[in-house]
Design a protein around this ligand. Structure first.
Ligand code: SF4
Ligand code: SF4
Length: 353
């Protein structure tokens, strides 16, 4: 497929699915890189590297149903192994095999591309649905100042190796004021590398950015809307499936908080379990793992905040990132901020003539 072939572009908002849940499983917080936008916060998330036994127990825990929305079974649960850099954990391969054995719906590994402990040799494409590589620029000149010297070369080599071995590969681009100008160059690079899915995400002001230059890294509505949808469409025309967060909603659009209507667990090695990623810099986690059981924490947690209804949409955005909002002369918000878990999916099908 190429850009000159006419296409039917299918654009859909991926609503939270009532019959699925996601386990974002941080199996350590250590990492060999020091990315400018890293959201990992060891003060809040600990410095433990989970051992094989604990990983297996926690996978078993989340393969069961929990809570009042407990319609879920392991076959409706997607697990995403994260870090830090998850391949630095020598127990990752065994964790993947255990998730497969337990019957998780899909298994993804998010990696910075360094692929430690020969992970590609220890698991098979039957066991991993996607290796998802983080790349924040189409050249070393753009990517490496953000992610670290040599990381472009290592990451793209890792992608090539994974594709050669038959793994499905996706790529994540974290857009900020440092690299948004380069986003339009990403689809052709990813296509050449053999990547099949492209996730564009917006920089979050948490972890390291919250302590430093975060606000200056944020993107305006105008910049986001002038670059991201068009790039996603071009990626789709090249045959990639592209996802990006909705971010901005018209005032009359329906707003839903994933913390209320969906089931997402962001699990950290110190046992904290959040249901909203924006809360991760604070001890607001709704659950914790105690003696290998999932325990609901008493108020005040993120759960109580989710129920507040405000015209600006996402409560946590209003509390933590008020710079994302704009008000008219009457003090009314000009738009709403969508839940950060709400995504647009862009796919192109060639028009056969
Ligand atoms: S690779 Fe991921 S975990 Fe490591 S520093 Fe970068 S953003 Fe943080
Ligand atoms: S990002 Fe906002 S809308 Fe989404 S779960 Fe968190 S608080 Fe709710």
């Amino acid at each position: 497929m190429n850009v000159t072939t006419p296409h039917k572009i299918t654009r859909r908002t991926v609503q939270f699915r009532p019959n699925s849940r996601n386990l974002f499983f941080h199996i350590l917080t250590a990492c060999n890189l020091k990315c400018a936008h890293c959201y990992i916060n060891p003060q809040q998330h600990g410095t433990t590297t989970l051992d094989e036994d604990t990983i297996k127990k926690w996978l078993a825990l989340f393969s069961r149903s929990h809570g009042s929305k407990a319609i879920k079974a392991v076959e409706d649960t997607n697990v995403i192994f994260l870090g830090g850099e998850p391949t630095l954990n020598p127990a990752l391969a065994q964790g993947i095999k255990e998730a497969k054995r337990l019957g998780y719906a899909s298994i993804t590994v998010d990696t910075n591309g360094y692929l430690f402990h020969d992970i590609l040799e220890k698991v098979t494409p039957d066991e991993v649905d996607y290796f998802s590589f983080s790349l924040d620029g189409s050249t070393p000149n753009i990517n490496d100042p953000i992610r670290g010297e040599g990381s472009f070369e290592t990451c793209t080599s890792g992608i090539r190796r994974a594709v050669e071995l038959g793994f499905s590969v996706s790529s994540i681009f974290t857009a900020s004021s440092k690299n948004i100008h380069d986003l339009p160059n990403m689809p052709s690079l990813l296509k050449d590398l053999g990547v099949s899915r492209f996730f564009i995400q917006v920089i979050g002001i948490r972890g390291k950015p919250a302590k430093g230059e975060g606000q200056s890294l944020q993107l305006t509505k105008q910049v986001w809307e002038s670059i991201v949808p068009k790039t996603a469409e071009n990626a789709a025309k090249l045959g990639l499936i592209c996802h990006y967060p909705t971010v901005f909603l018209e005032n009359d659009a329906k707003f839903e908080c994933a913390g209320v209507v969906a089931e997402n667990y962001f699990v950290f090695p110190n046992g904290r379990v959040y249901t909203c990623p924006l809360c991760e810099d604070y001890p607001l986690h709704a659950f914790e793992i105690k003696e290998d059981e999932l325990v609901r924490r008493p108020p005040l947690t993120e759960m109580e905040l989710f129920t507040l209804k405000i015209p600006e949409g996402c409560v946590m955005n209003k509390l933590l990132h008020p710079g994302n909002l704009t008000y008219d002369s009457n003090g009314n918000p000009v738009y709403k901020i969508a839940c950060c878990m709400l995504k647009e999916e862009i796919v192109a099908n060639p028009l056969l003539g």
